[in-house]
Design a binder for this molecule. Structure first.
Ligand code: FAD
Ligand code: NAI
Length: 467
């Protein structure tokens, strides 16, 4: 196989594999190098996919335990954790194989090995067996993603003290789980183990959960999770962990310092954010600039300061989301191929896949207040939605924010069942520059949860008809 390519992508996650596929579609000779051994990156191997498999399975388990009886279904339910884990692994295996299929289909060479830039356009790849290969290309895309941020003074052993990776593969249900960080991972994986039987306590440094989320939604979300039995200690930090025969003794204290206390637990999950993977890549050798947080600095066209080197996905600025990485991949590949690739960062949704889900897109009320933008709010609760009643999912509400003068949709925040799917129409509305009235006057099927989005849009102008 020739070692010279039009473009080489380092990293085979949603950023990397989508960039390579799009480059292949556009007729460029592309390669994608990943050191993991299976393509798909964090997302397919240890992130989005295994976590969603466990969220789905644990939600069904919980539903069978608690809701079936209300629906007139008598069932006796038992957990088979090894089978649940095997199903998760099966899905991961199938999807990572799909990436290999898509590489073949689009004539992309998938290469397993650790890549290092030795000069602009020149990459050394070291295989797990010690083999080495030098590749050259006019264009190199860095898509090396991110890894777990460590908690100072705490060593993750992926057994008792776990990151998300260990929390996705626990061998038994811990009686007690302490989650450090009330962000997306903490609440999703905390929900999984809560549903399977753990007592879950969440420690959060800030005075609120899910920082950055619209505050009204975030507060309602915390109330819902608390009702489900998750307990929260906000404005609190972990200052030490001691391993004992009986479990872990975790010392915590107020975030600003003060009286220490000890929490006994069986498993502690550290999920306080992720950091970019930009070490040992040879970036300093070729002179690529990183920012203070170690992220690759690029311009709006994903170009670094070194000609021919680009960066996309978690290793550059912005939300650490698979679909953000994918959109940057498409745009970057198209720009390399001489087309007009572009990403609209105002229209990137974000979803927390708990029950109920939380989905957000665009500006929060806090963003708009800070920017001095005049806005109108329309809200609609799921208690007033017919379909939500039939499926016993009446918790939460839809909130739409629109410009006070132009009525253009600026943001939407949904707490409720299927929030992630419901958000798709609002993302499209934002992409098209639609007004809230456009959504309000669009016919929505009855009875569906989507009607709650329409009613919230009607509420922007004060004519919601179902409450
Ligand atoms: P990654 O997916 O991290 O891929 C980078 C790849 O580069 C890795 O496979 C790595 O092995 C490889 N690599 C690194 N250095 C080298 C090197 N020197 N040589 C060769 N290969 C290298 N996002 C969502 O949008 N939705 C979700 O539901 C969601 N759930 C998540 C759940 C969890 C538990 C976690 C941890 C993350 C989740 N994310 C989710 C975030 C999502 O996984 C990331 O945003 C996404 O994977 C980023 O894609 P990427 O291509 O930039 O990087
Ligand atoms: P996060 O940034 O979502 O949340 C981390 C939380 O930890 C924050 O609330 C932060 O204030 C808190 N924190 C930070 N330091 C702390 C400390 N010392 N003690 C206590 N709390 C502390 O990060 P998380 O949950 O680790 O997820 C990482 C990334 O993965 C996220 O950026 C997210 O975008 C992505 N992800 C996305 C998912 C999705 O889209 N559904 C699911 C899972 C992860």
């Amino acid at each position: 196989m020739a070692d010279s390519f039009d473009a080489i992508v380092i990293g085979g996650g949603p950023g990397g594999y989508n960039a390579a596929i799009r480059l292949g579609q556009l007729g460029l000779k592309a390669a994608c190098v990943d050191k993991r051994g299976s393509f798909g990156g964090t997302c397919l191997n240890i992130g989005c996919i295994p976590s969603k498999a466990l969220l789905h399975a644990s939600e069904r388990f919980h539903e069978a335990e608690t809701d079936f009886a209300k629906l007139g279904i008598k069932a006796s339910v038992q957990l088979d954790l090894p089978a649940m884990m095997a199903q998760k692994e099966k899905v991961v295996g199938e999807l990572t194989k799909c990436v290999e299929f898509l590489f073949r289909k689009n004539k992309v060479e998938g290469i397993v090995g650790e890549a290092k830039l030795i000069a602009p356009g020149q990459i050394a790849v070291r295989g797990k067996d010690g083999s080495s290969r030098t590749l050259t290309a006019k264009h190199v895309i860095i898509a090396t993603g991110s890894d777990v941020s460590p908690l100072p003074g705490v060593t993750i052993d992926e057994d008792q003290i776990v990151s998300s990776t260990g929390a996705l593969s626990l061998k038994s249900v811990p009686k007690r789980m302490l989650v450090v960080g009330a962000g997306v991972i903490g609440l999703e994986l905390g929900s999984v183990w809560k549903r399977l039987g753990s007592e879950v306590t969440v420690i959060e440094f800030l005075d609120r959960i899910t920082p950055g989320m619209d505050l009204e939604i975030s507060k309602a979300f915390q109330r819902v999770l608390t009702k489900q039995g998750m307990s929260f200690q906000l404005s609190t930090k972990v200052t030490g962990v001691e391993k004992k025969k009986t479990g872990l003794s975790v010392t915590v204290e107020p975030a600003q310092g003060g009286q220490k206390s000890v929490i006994e637990t069986d498993v502690m999950m550290v999920c306080i954010g992720r950091r970019p993977c930009t070490d040992n890549l040879g970036l300093e050798t070729v002179g690529v600039t990183l920012d203070k947080r170690g992220r690759v600095v690029t311009d709006a066209h994903y170009r670094t300061n070194v000609a021919g080197i680009y960066a996309i996905g978690d290793c550059r600025e912005g939300a650490m989301l698979a679909h953000k990485a994918e959109d940057e991949a498409v745009a970057c590949a198209e720009l390399i191929a001489g087309k007009a690739g572009h990403v609209n960062y105002d229209a990137i949704p974000s979803v927390v896949y708990t029950f109920p889900e939380v989905a957000t897109v665009g500006k929060t009320e806090e963003d708009l207040k800070a920017a001095g933008v005049q806005y109108k709010v329309g809200k609609f609760p799921f208690t007033a939605n017919a379909r939500a009643k039939t499926i016993m999912a009446t918790e939460g509400f839809v909130k739409i924010l629109a410009d006070a003068k132009t009525d253009r949709v600026l943001g939407c925040h949904i707490l409720g069942a299927e929030a992630g799917n419901l958000m798709a129409e609002v993302v499209l509305a934002i992409e098209f520059g639609a007004s809230s009235e456009d959504i309000a006057r669009t016919c929505h099927s009855h009875p569906t949860l989507t009607e709650a989005v329409r009613q919230a849009a009607m509420a922007v102008e004060g004519w919601t008809m179902q409450m």
